[in-house]
Design a protein around this ligand. Structure first.
Ligand code: HPA
Length: 240
């Protein structure tokens, strides 16, 4: 039973799906975590894999970039493929001075400048929040020393912006004074779709650059290594 964007059967997906933006990263994650990963969908090159980790079923699928793309895949996975939890794994730009390149954000909430959640309930500024159980599982995994030798793990809010290259003057500084940890482009949409379907969602993000301090930006190689830290937390949440 294919949907417009996923050519698979419901039993092809595990109850938990990790979702990086890049489908090639989904493939690398599947190969890193699983010996038995099999390709379950490749519509538009958006690769999805299912296998087992420690004997537990897990899927990994690309989401594409931005809230519309994420919303399409999350909606189909939750509504048609029996998926119960989605954990976004990706990168974010640092905003708060507390956050350094290589640190990890467990995004407990996501502000947004997008209209996607604004349209959900007329007259309401929807609060896009993570599932508490998943956030706690990721946090517990970081406390248990499973986050490797990388940076600090922060719990707090991010901003999910629609523009990558355009930012209203002063907005980043104002977000920093309101304790916002970082910027990415998908979490608010994921949390909105999860709320709509009564499912669980979390975003675990590696800081790849800092918008207000460019001194410590990461190389491509460092990005991959540090990404492993956040992946460990995401897997712990997915299988919790
Ligand atoms: N903006 C949006 N998304 C991002 C950024 C950014 O600066 N850095 C990493 N992901």
């Amino acid at each position: 039973m294919a949907t417009p964007h996923i050519a698979a059967e419901p039993e092809d997906f595990a109850p938990a799906v990790l979702m990086p933006g890049d489908p090639r990263r989904a493939q690398r994650i599947a190969k890193t975590l699983m010996d038995d990963a099999r390709l379950v969908t490749d519509v538009r090159g958006m690769l999805g894999f299912t296998g087992t980790v420690d004997g537990r079923p897990l899927s990994v699928m690309g989401s594409g970039m931005g809230q519309p793309s994420f919303t399409i895949y999350a909606t189909e996975l939750f509504s048609q493929f029996g998926v119960e939890r989605i954990i976004r794994v990706g990168t974010a730009g640092g905003i708060s001075p507390k956050v350094k390149v290589g640190d990890v954000i467990v995004a407990t909430g996501a502000h947004t400048d997008s209209s996607m959640n604004q349209l959900r309930i007329p007259g309401v500024n929807f609060s896009a929040v993570a599932d508490f159980q998943l956030a706690r599982a990721a946090h517990d995994a970081s406390q248990a020393g499973r986050a490797g030798t990388g940076g600090t793990v922060h719990l707090g809010t991010v901003i999910s912006r629609d523009h990558f290259y355009f930012t209203p003057k002063g907005q980043t500084e104002a977000l920093a004074t309101h304790g916002v940890l970082g910027v990415e482009m998908e979490a608010a949409a994921l949390y909105g779709v999860a709320a709509e379907y009564g499912k669980q969602a979390l975003a675990v993000l590696t800081i790849s650059d800092h918008l207000l301090d460019h001194s410590g930006d990461m190389s491509a190689t460092e990005r991959e290594t540090r990404f492993a830290d956040s992946l460990r937390l995401a897997v712990a949440a997915a299988l919790s």
